[in-house]
Design a binder for this molecule. Structure first.
Ligand code: PPS
Length: 572
């Protein structure tokens, strides 16, 4: 393998500016597909040469071959199936040979595609072969089964325009822009650092050493498309990277953002990352321990061995056309006040080695504890704290569920007043009746309408939580699956505290505050929860309230104690 980069331009799939204008008008008449965020990322890298030599979304034979052998049908190494998944309903409207328009989420036409193949993939096989197991604990396998369409379309793509990015525009480069930049600066050996996490001192030290060892310039190449669910958002990360960039010698290091949708496919992903970096003009890439690892499987074990990615990369290095620089595990040696590769420390027994794991870092951020300067740069810690304030300053949702007349609204009101007395965060009460008046006035009580009602409450609560407020919801919310979906939506932004107001149906009927149970028994109200409609009792709520022998104030107080225990409100 030549270790000097060939920086000639790489083929792109775009048509010329004039043709693009013409095509845009013509494509407006085509059947069009609205791309998902993941598909937009894939399309951008297809069009700009990041996925060279692909010329479009994979057809069926290439797909089968990639899934089974990591190669296109012509034998070229390509580890990741890049497919255009669509719904069955859309697929039915498409004939093979037809051109379709591919639009972004605002309806802008980015490309056209000639559909050469249409098929229903065996997703379990794809999961087994590409991700190593058909286990939905793997985020890409989960997406494959639950978010992606049942039918794949394949065919060549003609690029009309790049997806528009309004953020960090100056930091985004196509493969050809990076190649031109390296050419201009005379960089012929460039080591890429792929990352989806904020950089701390250990990373800075490791990347700096990797560049020195490879006698190469350094490209910090963070992924800003889609990473692992739960990661620090890319806005925060890029601000952190910018802070770290000042610590490198300016003339040797460059940072560029990569709009890649990661799959967390470990070994295969490492090979894919290598090909993408080669296409961006790099000659080397740092591959770490557990590169692009998805975390634990449903049995609590790692999906891949820690060095599987390095192993697979090494086997295919020549074909990738880029050399691997194995990641060194860097640790801080207190006595020498510096980072050193763990395997190069000979005097283990006489020095103090310090390390803070990712989990420990998250805990310290969450609880507002100190993060030492030897671990990270103050500018990085400041950015992380701005985005992830301690739990007691983050937004959260308290979600009451229980029968009509169980006491949900009364306890929720008492809780609201107690939280407002404490102050600090805005509190919003989304009571069942209030929501039905203001948000869901057209809805009835069929399963479909109840689900829609709860999803709307969940959406509003997630926005409140995201923006640092407290949302208190108090609907019946009878269906466990819908409550779980709301929990998942909210937990992206803050804590979700489910409270089962466990008043029995007999007691609710005995109280019959609104006289509705009587009407339900007489059949004058249909589909009444607990009488003629089901209620799935919560299996693992954060708190279950027994209201029959406890007064309202005490119930609300139990919730306050729970919130305190969860770290959501500071102790009084
Ligand atoms: S749901 O199932 O979560 O969408 O229900 P929710 O929005 O909380 O609305 C429940 C209130 O509507 C009144 N009501 C009924 N409840 C249950 N079943 C039927 N068929 C029904 N028809 C009207 C009832 O007063 C509920 O108020 P709460 O505050 O729960 O007593």
């Amino acid at each position: 393998m030549s270790s000097l980069a060939n920086l000639a331009p790489i083929p792109e799939l775009y048509v010329s500016h004039e043709s693009a204008q013409k095509m845009k008008v013509e494509a407006a008449n085509l059947t069009s597909w609205d791309l998902s965020p993941r598909q937009i990322c894939d399309l951008e890298l297809l069009m700009n040469g990041g996925f060279f030599p692909l010329k479009g979304f994979l057809g069926q034979e290439d797909y089968d071959s990639v899934v089974d052998t990591m190669r296109l049908k012509d034998g070229t190494l390509w580890p990741m199936p890049i497919t255009l998944d669509v719904t069955e309903a859309f697929a039915e409207t498409i004939e093979e040979g037809q051109d379709i328009a591919l639009r972004d989420q605002e309806g802008v036409i980015l490309a056209t595609m000639t559909v050469t193949d249409k098929w229903s993939p065996d997703k379990a096989r794809e999961a087994e072969q590409v991700y190593g197991a058909d286990d939905q604990a793997h985020p890409a396998v989960y997406a494959l089964h639950n978010q992606m369409g049942k039918v794949y379309l394949g065919g060549p793509v003609t690029g009309i325009q790049q997806p528009v990015h309004y953020d960090f525009r100056g930091r985004r480069d196509t493969p050809n822009e990076l190649r031109a930049y390296f050419r201009k600066l005379g960089w012929r050996r460039v080591v890429a650092f792929q990352t989806r996490n904020p950089l701390h001192r250990a990373h800075q030290e490791l990347t700096f050493r990797a560049a020195k060892e490879a006698q190469a310039n350094l490209l910090i190449h963070p992924v800003v498309g889609m990473t692992k669910p739960g990661d620090v958002d890319h806005f925060t990360r890029v601000r952190c990277y910018e802070a770290v960039l000042d610590k490198y010698p300016g003339s040797t290091t460059h940072m560029s953002l990569l709009n890649l949708a990661m799959r967390m496919a470990g070994p295969r992903e490492a090979v894919w990352h290598g090909i993408i970096r080669r296409n961006h003009g790099c000659t080397h890439m740092i591959v770490g321990r557990d590169h692009a690892g998805p975390g634990k499987n449903s049995a609590g074990e790692d999906f891949y061995g820690p060095y599987d990615a390095q192993e697979l990369f090494r086997q295919h290095q020549d074909e990738i056309g880029l050399e691997m620089v194995p990641f060194k595990h860097m640790v801080y040696v207190q006595e020498r006040a510096q980072y050193e590769p763990a395997d190069e420390i000979e005097d283990h027994d006489s020095v103090t080695i310090l390390n803070i794991s990712g989990t420990e870092l998250r805990r310290r951020l969450q609880e507002g504890l100190e993060i030492p300067e030897w671990f990270s740069f103050p500018e990085v810690v400041k950015e992380l704290r701005r985005t992830r304030p301690p739990r007691s300053q983050q937004g959260f949702t308290v979600f009451f569920t229980g029968f009509s007349g169980s006491g949900k609204s009364t306890i929720a009101n008492a809780l609201m007043v107690k939280l407002m007395e404490m102050g600090g965060r805005p509190v919003t009460l989304l009571d069942g009746d209030i929501v039905r008046k203001n948000l869901s006035s057209e809805l009835g009580f069929s399963k479909e309408h109840r689900d829609l009602n709860i999803r709307r409450i969940g959406y509003v609560a997630s926005e409140i939580t995201k923006n640092g407020g407290i949302a208190i919801c108090a609907p019946i919310a009878p269906y466990a699956a819908t409550r779980r979906a709301v929990r998942e939506e909210i937990e992206q932004y803050g804590a979700f505290c489910e409270i089962h107001v466990a008043t029995s149906i007999e007691e609710c009927e005995r109280r019959d505050r609104k006289g509705l149970y009587k009407l339900a028994r007489e059949g004058k109200i249909k589909e009444f929860t607990g009488i003629s409609d089901p209620y799935d009792e919560p299996q693992n709520p954060e708190l279950r309230l027994e209201t029959e022998h406890t007064d309202v104030d005490n119930c609300a107080h139990q919730v306050v104690l729970k919130l305190e225990q969860m770290g959501l409100i500071a102790g009084q």
